[in-house]
Ligand binder design. Structure first.
Ligand SMILES: *Cc1c(COP(=O)(O)O)cnc(C)c1O
Length: 710
């Protein structure tokens, strides 16, 4: 192939995020220029922009590379036109009119920083599974050109935030054009003005994700700022972002002539969607507000993600009045009536306008994201259905899952293909299928897992060297070779540094920690990562506590903190750890998905029975910290949980990990690994999750059959 042909094919591959969950294809890009691959955050478009024709031919011109490119190209073409699929067999009415999935963030890949954490990654995994299953779905979000921040930790252990800005020509997005071939612009009224929005399209396998962007010349400067930053700014910015997402989003779909059968509101940020659809129906069908709203409600489904009261978006009456006066006018209702949709008690003037309440009232089917979170949500919102028993509150649950191919180490993927067949991923949701894992030999499973830990330690050392260079500390690489031990029990903890997640619980008793980490026969090491919200001084303090503890020579090489937790760091960590630690204040973790990512990689969970773990643990597929103790006094709960955590580490985790047979294999540990895969893999993946959404939410909402999940 000559340079233009190589460039053309690679560009087509790069323009669909399908490559991100197909490591063979990602490796084609990586092999073009490994250094540029790393520094570009694994962005193939940067590679294609920067490499000259000669370089492309040099890297990609030989026959074996050409055949890899061709093979990938064919696989993508076949993937995009399946002859059989779950969706073709089961998605029925959705083929006439798709589902529209709205979310404020999407975590699809590290080179596309339009997510901050769990919610975004979940939404990204939802799209990837909807694509693999071939479910007719389009998605709507915001294009944050400056994204979420990049985290660096200074010499004193304090978090510093930097905001980059993505150059549009380095992303796999393209603008939607109108009939005249000009960039499509849609308008979202806000206050007395109007926000002009450009619409970008991003291809995620078979799924189209549309991203709204206010950063265009026809807007005033302050309006151009609106979509630049994710979760930045105050309430005024927040409500305008949500108007863009909800109202601008519906208008963008209409402008593209997409008529969804079902609107899925993923978290409350997008709860203005049903109001705009109601307004549209009133105008197009001449319906009254109440008729139109009733029709819209039938086709709207809502997923809540927040078990903490303070976590729900709330706006003052004043802000609602300023921003949505035009909508109130067009809906033909009073200001008080609109406020009532955001209040638990419509006539309570002391209540602010809550986006979750709006979404709950405007949807037909509602769900939390784990069994326990469903329960917590029914308790939390009981007042909205005062005539019902708490257990009859119409909020069910669909437990979150993760997109397996995105999180699985390539070597484990090959292991599953060897033992379970090449198309194992298509059978993933069937429990019986996993019995094949029982045939995998102890030594083989263990050796594969050991290699993954070695890779993780190498990765962390490389990052440490780069950090030292950046800080100008002049530590010798040899010194950094002592950081972590390739054969030691490695425990990972990484997630947002919100205080309720209690990152430093395991560090609370220094003497016990010393004994735990520094036992010469049974060493343990801890790897941390996570971002604190820029305004969360408490969370930043926890990060600093970890850095300060590393000054103590007992802990220097046993503890480490990996900077800038993002999808790439997460992928490395979940693939290489032996144990994934999770110790939030129960029941404040709605689901938690990072622990699900370690399962198929052979890691074991050690978790408080909160979120998904409360329904997953069976006593043999991982380790539980305490038995669901809850206490109103946080200090009491902390003391209790810390004691339970040390006990399970000392009495169960460490002894089992180091109990080896003559070949050095920890037989009982490997049994736990296998049992975790057998009992959990089929449930906690996003294929199962999306199928649940199709069957329990989308089809009933599209077809009018009423049923409630739970
Ligand atoms: C999976 C993931 C999360 C969510 O994990 P939790 O268990 O909910 O904390 C957050 N951030 C990143 C980068 C992830 O990959």
């Amino acid at each position: 192939m000559d340079a233009p042909e190589i460039r053309k094919r690679l560009t087509q591959l790069a323009k669909n995020l399908w490559w991100t969950w197909n490591p063979d294809v990602a490796n084609i890009f990586r092999d073009l220029d490994r250094e540029l691959w790393r520094t570009s955050s694994h962005n193939p478009i940067v590679l294609l922009n920067e490499l000259s024709d000669e370089q492309l031919v040099k890297a990609g011109g030989d026959e074996s590379v050409a055949s890899r490119i061709n093979f990938a190209f064919h696989r993508l073409s076949e993937y995009l036109k399946p002859r059989t699929s779950y969706g073709l067999a089961h998605a029925g009415a959705l083929w006439r009119q798709p589902v529209a999935y709205f979310c404020a963030e999407f975590g699809l890949h590290e080179a596309l920083p339009i997510y901050s954490g769990g919610l975004g990654v979940l939404a990204g995994d939802h799209l990837k599974s909807a694509s693999d299953l071939d479910v007719p779905l389009v998605a709507v979000g915001l294009f944050y050109s400056h994204g979420y921040f990049t985290q660096q930790i200074d010499g004193d252990g304090w978090q510093r935030e930097a905001y980059g800005s993505s150059k549009v020509d380095t992303l796999a997005i393209s603008p939607i054009l109108d009939a005249a071939g000009e960039e499509l612009i849609v308008q979202a009224p806000c206050g007395s003005g109007s926000i002009n929005l450009r619409v970008w399209r991003l291809d995620v396998g078979r799924i189209k994700l549309f991203l709204l962007d206010s950063d265009i010349p026809s807007n005033d400067d302050d309006v151009r700022q609106l979509t630049r930053f994710l979760y930045g700014g105050g309430q005024g910015m927040r409500i305008r972002q949500e108007i863009i997402l909800g109202i601008g989003g519906v208008r963008a779909l209409r402008a593209m002539k997409i008529e969804p059968s079902v609107f899925h509101l993923n978290e409350g940020h997008c709860a203005f969607v049903p109001l705009e659809v109601t307004r549209e129906r009133m105008r197009n069908h001449g319906e009254s507000f109440h008729e139109a709203a009733a029709q819209v409600r039938k086709r709207t489904v809502f997923t809540t993600h927040t078990p903490v009261a303070a976590g729900h978006d709330r706006f003052s009456a004043e802000l609602i009045g300023q921003s949505l006066g035009w909508l109130i006018h067009e809906l033909g209702i009073s200001f008080d009536e609109l406020m009532g949709f955001g209040r638990v008690h419509p006539h309570n003037h002391g209540e602010t306008f809550c986006m979750t309440v709006l979404a709950l009232k405007m949807s037909r089917l509602r769900n939390g994201v784990s069994a326990l979170h469903g329960e917590v949500s029914r308790r939390m919102w009981h007042a909205l259905w005062p005539d019902r028993e708490e257990s009859e509150v119409p909020i069910g649950h669909i437990t979150n899952g993760v997109h397996v191919q995105s999180w699985l180490a390539p070597s484990m993927l090959r292991l599953y293909a060897r033992h379970m067949g090449k198309d194992w991923a298509q059978h993933m949701v069937h429990p019986d299928f996993w019995e094949k894992i029982l045939q995998v030999d102890d030594t083989e499973l263990w050796e594969e897992h050991q290699l993954l830990r070695y890779h993780l330690v190498d990765y962390i050392r490389r990052l440490a060297v780069r950090r030292e260079v950046r800080l100008g500390n002049g530590k010798h690489p040899e010194e950094l070779e002592r950081l972590l031990n390739k054969d030691a029990l490695t425990i990972g903890f990484s997630r947002r540094f919100a205080t309720y997640k209690r990152a430093t619980l395991v560090l609370s008793d220094r003497e016990r920690l010393d004994r735990l980490l520094n036992n010469p026969q049974r060493p343990v090491q801890l790897v941390f990562a996570g971002k604190a919200h820029p305004k969360d001084e408490g969370g930043k303090g926890l990060i600093q506590e970890i850095y300060r503890l590393r000054q103590d020579p007992r802990f220097t090489d046993k503890l480490c903190f990996v900077e800038n937790y993002d999808i790439s760091v997460a992928r490395h960590l979940v693939q290489g750890v032996d144990v994934w630690l999770n110790n939030p204040e129960r029941p404040r973790e709605a689901c938690g998905t990072s622990g699900q990512k370690v399962l198929l990689n052979g890691g074991l969970n050690c978790s408080v029975p909160d979120g998904w773990w409360a329904e997953a643990a069976d006593g043999r597929n991982g380790f539980s910290i305490g038995w669901g103790f809850e206490h109103a006094d946080k200090e009491e709960q902390r003391k209790h949980d810390a004691a339970a955590l040390y006990a399970v580490l000392e009495d169960e985790v460490v002894p089992t990990f180091y109990d080896r047979n003559a070949q050095g294999v920890p037989v009982e540990w490997v049994q736990h690994m296998r049992h975790a895969i057998l009992t959990l893999a089929w449930r906690f993946n996003s294929d199962r999750m999306v199928r649940d959404y199709v069957e329990k939410m989308y089809l009933p909402a599209a077809g009018g059959v009423s049923c409630q999940v739970g």
